[in-house]
Design a protein around this ligand. Structure first.
Ligand SMILES: [Zn+2]
Length: 283
């Protein structure tokens, strides 16, 4: 199998969920096997390139931020998730701010844009996958991750919260382009009302609204459409985030199953580091 990029460029605009600032991104084809790179270009200043890899992770507080030196791009995980879900290996993401637009809080607009830009194979570049012959587990606090050899690519994720309207949710899926686009990409970001007040006080979630997040109040679940897209939308969004964070390994996955629960960006990134340290590359 060969590495994939897109054929055409395509732009999206909106606001960053944490900065609240206007943001424009342009997905550009990448001929080199350099993975996913963010190219920060503010006005006429020199472009600054930040590769989306584990070494460049700067923070994992309410999102995954990557950076080099003093340059940071916040909340990259939904774009990375769309790339991983559609098996895109190499892509340049030009960005004119410190955070991509949050769009509707899911990855579906990113995934649709990438499909529209026509995903293509690079026939001169062989693709390598992560391969595991033995199963292993990673635990951190309540979070758990189990990885096993499997025929195909399967994910199972559990999310639970003691809130009376949430409880315990699970999503189990055989992942391919179609299932990612229909079942995972549309699941939106969510937050609990009491957490949001805290985030605002700390200068986060400044662009957050019902247009880009589901808010769980004491008595009700609020969203722009008035209803959830899936009854287990929270578990699905947590899986969307996990798939995005695992893209930081720089690898595509096949023939494994990953089962995880109580995940967050910090534990996702630590799990990704462990995976990378145990990897066997295979075509
Ligand atoms: Zn997310």
């Amino acid at each position: 199998m060969y590495r994939k990029t897109i054929s055409d460029k395509i732009s999206l605009e909106g606001i960053g969920i944490h900065t609240g600032k206007a943001s424009k991104i342009t997905f550009l084809p990448s001929q080199e096997p350099l993975g996913i790179r963010f190219i920060k270009q503010i006005k006429s200043s020199k472009p600054f390139i930040i590769s989306a890899n584990l070494e460049n992770v700067k923070t994992t507080v309410r999102g995954t931020s990557i950076g080099e030196g003093t340059e940071i791009i916040h909340t990259v995980e939904h774009i990375l998730s769309a790339c991983a879900g559609l098996h895109i290996d190499d892509l340049d993401v030009e960005i004119n701010s410190g955070e991509p637009p949050i769009m509707d809080g899911s990855a579906v607009e990113f995934a649709k844009a990438l499909l529209k830009a026509d995903i293509k194979e690079k026939k001169d570049q062989t693709k390598f996958f992560l391969k595991f012959d033995k199963e292993f587990e990673f635990n951190e606090g309540k979070a758990y991750y189990k990885i096993k050899p499997h025929h195909g690519l399967k994910f199972k994720l559990k999310f639970a919260n003691k809130h009376k309207l949430v409880g315990s949710q699970t999503i189990e899926i055989n992942l391919n382009n179609e299932s990612y686009l229909k079942e995972i990409a549309p699941a939106r970001t969510f937050g609990f009302k009491n957490e949001i007040d805290y985030l605002l006080k700390n200068g986060l979630a400044l662009g957050g609204s019902l247009n880009n997040a589901i808010i769980i109040d004491d008595e009700q679940i609020l969203s722009s459409s008035g209803k959830l897209r899936f009854e287990n939308e929270f578990a699905r969004h947590k899986l969307l985030d996990l798939i995005g964070d695992l893209k930081l390994t720089g690898f595509d996955f096949k023939n494994i199953s990953i089962e995880a629960g109580y995940t967050g960006h910090k534990t996702n990134v630590n799990f990704a580091k462990l995976l990378k340290s145990k990897v066997t590359k295979t075509i």
